[in-house]
Design a protein around this ligand. Structure first.
Ligand code: HSE
Length: 315
């Protein structure tokens, strides 16, 4: 009889979410950085976190409080595979950076553990467990980082519970430039500055812009995408939390971006661009603008419809 797998490692990429017009419902992977989680079978039930390494500061070692393990606890409880797990987490995504670090840890843990189960889980179950980890970090259930991180692609989360995730077409030349300031912004704090109600005319403008972005992606009309990539609901309230926001956004637009706004809850910014050359120039302009404001940052460019999490090793 073959010995069942004892250990698995999964990688889950960073992601850009909200994307100006889709608060809590739109996102795409934004690698190459990401988090890596290794799970190892143990004879006793339950979970032990054996290590956290990488770019994160101190993280909870209590499995009931760590985003990488909250969903895993529930998975073990419901699936009852007959073993527990040792979990080690390698953080490639800084905490509170607006690039989907908590989602990546949650997704990598679930994807790794899934590789040890006798019967792999359905995508909707993986999504549900990963969402539980993400909710610990932000205090709300939203799948705009978990869905692209898990499945890859430019995704619309029409509903998180129950899962209804739609993969949108990505125009061939569409690229994303990212700029991540070396500062931390807590997602809960960034959610607290948002009003609980909005004027109807703002909701109408945002709805029209969301429809414009989706229609532009479906038809390959980047001019429409550019006209529509405007956030009238969230950005005006969160911009003040990000030193240099308006300067960096202006620099991105001057360098030729189609649109630029906050990545996730911030403080990172994303800019969609037509082609690699413009994305490179926009990325440089964003990092330089942050620097001119006295804010150190790093930047990179990525595809908009890149791949999601992957199992790297099973032994
Ligand atoms: N949609 C979320 C927010 C992403 O903006 O609060 C952060 O996790």
């Amino acid at each position: 009889m073959t010995r069942p797998p004892q250990r698995a490692t999964a990688f889950a990429p960073a992601s850009a979410s909200n994307l100006a017009v889709g608060f809590d419902i739109l996102g795409h992977p934004a690698g190459p950085t990401g988090d890596r989680v290794t799970v190892t079978r143990r004879g006793e039930p339950g979970i032990v976190i054996t290590g956290v390494t990488g770019v994160a500061g101190p993280l909870p070692m209590d499995p009931a409080a760590n985003t990488a393990t909250v969903g895993l606890l529930r998975m073990l409880d419901e699936v009852r595979p007959g073993f527990g797990l040792e979990v080690s987490i390698e953080k490639g995504i800084p905490l509170g950076s607006g690039t989907g670090g908590s989602a990546a840890s949650a997704v990598a843990g679930i994807v790794a553990a899934n590789a040890l189960l006798p019967e792999p889980l359905e995508p909707a179950a993986l999504f549900r467990y990963a969402l539980m980890g993400e909710a610990v970090a932000s205090g709300a259930v939203h799948g705009d980082n978990v869905a692209p991180c898990l499945f890859g692609g430019l995704v619309l989360v029409r509903s998180a519970e129950p899962m209804d995730v739609v993969t949108l077409p990505v125009p061939a030349t569409l690229r994303c430039a990212m700029a991540r300031p070396h500062q931390r912004l807590d997602t809960r704090a960034a959610r607290q500055v948002l009003p609980s109600a909005y004027p109807l005319h703002d909701v109408i403008r945002q709805t029209a812009n969301l429809a414009g972005v989706v229609a532009g992606c479906c038809t390959g009309d980047l001019a429409l995408v550019g006209r529509s990539l405007r956030d009238v609901l969230i950005e005006p309230h969160r911009a003040a939390l990000i030193p240099g926001f308006y300067e960096v956004k202006e620099a991105a637009m001057k360098a030729g971006a189609l649109g630029c706004s906050i990545s996730g809850a911030g403080p990172s910014l994303f800019a969609w661009c037509d082609g690699d050359a413009i994305a490179d120039a926009v990325c440089d302009a964003m990092v330089a603008a942050f620097a001119a404001c006295g804010v150190a940052s790093d930047g990179w460019t990525c595809a908009v419809g890149g791949p999601g999490a992957r199992v790297e090793e099973v032994s």
